[in-house]
Design a protein around this ligand. Structure first.
Ligand code: AMP
Length: 169
């Protein structure tokens, strides 16, 4: 099967956030048509938009997959739904959010899927983890590593934790 590289962003701000990141990573890796190849550090980030929310834990992973972008999105969304079942606040923040950031040789802007992700270069909680494992990924000629260097200096809270998730630990 033709294997493609893809980068995903994972975030959690409910309950045991490391547990949910680990669960999601394991489920991604257990899927028959993809393998987790590399994992960034975990970052602690102030929630965007709403106050009175826990800080997020965010990370990025590199996948090798034979799935199409659309099928990969379906797998990500089904893992979100599986892990969502244990949430304690019905309309509250999510236990896990999984976004496709980048997919090898694919640029698309469809109703349900935009690749590269619309906000790939906008948010420190995306660029800082991603630059650890994919500094050369670029959007419209702008490298992730360049933007991450700017984001590092920004005041917004995005703290690298001394923690990397391992698959199956
Ligand atoms: P959110 O709740 O912010 O994760 O947004 C999820 C929605 O964004 C879903 O309806 C997806 O169809 C859509 N979407 C568009 N592009 C992407 C992408 N690159 N990765 C994940 N979801 C995407």
């Amino acid at each position: 099967m033709n294997q493609k590289k893809a980068y995903l962003s994972l975030g959690s701000n409910i309950g045991d956030r490391l547990h949910f990141l680990k669960q999601a990573t394991n489920r991604l890796n257990e899927h028959g048509q993809m393998t987790v190849m590399n994992i960034s550090s975990v970052y602690e980030t102030a929630a965007w938009g709403f106050e009175n929310q826990n800080d997020f834990y965010n990370m990025a992973v590199e996948m090798s997959t034979s799935l199409s972008p659309e099928a990969l999105l379906e797998v990500c969304q089904s893992i979100e739904i599986e892990l969502e079942r244990v949430r304690d606040i019905h309309w509250g923040p999510r236990t896990i959010d999984i976004d496709i950031l980048w997919y090898e040789n694919v640029e698309m802007d469809h109703e349900n899927l935009t690749i590269p992700h619309k906000y790939l270069l906008e948010r420190p909680f995306v660029t800082l983890p991603l630059t650890e494992i994919a500094p050369d990924v670029s959007v419209a000629g702008v490298k992730v590593s360049t933007v991450a260097a700017h984001h590092e200096k920004a005041k917004e809270k995005c703290l690298k934790l001394n923690h990397v998730i391992n698959v199956h630990t």
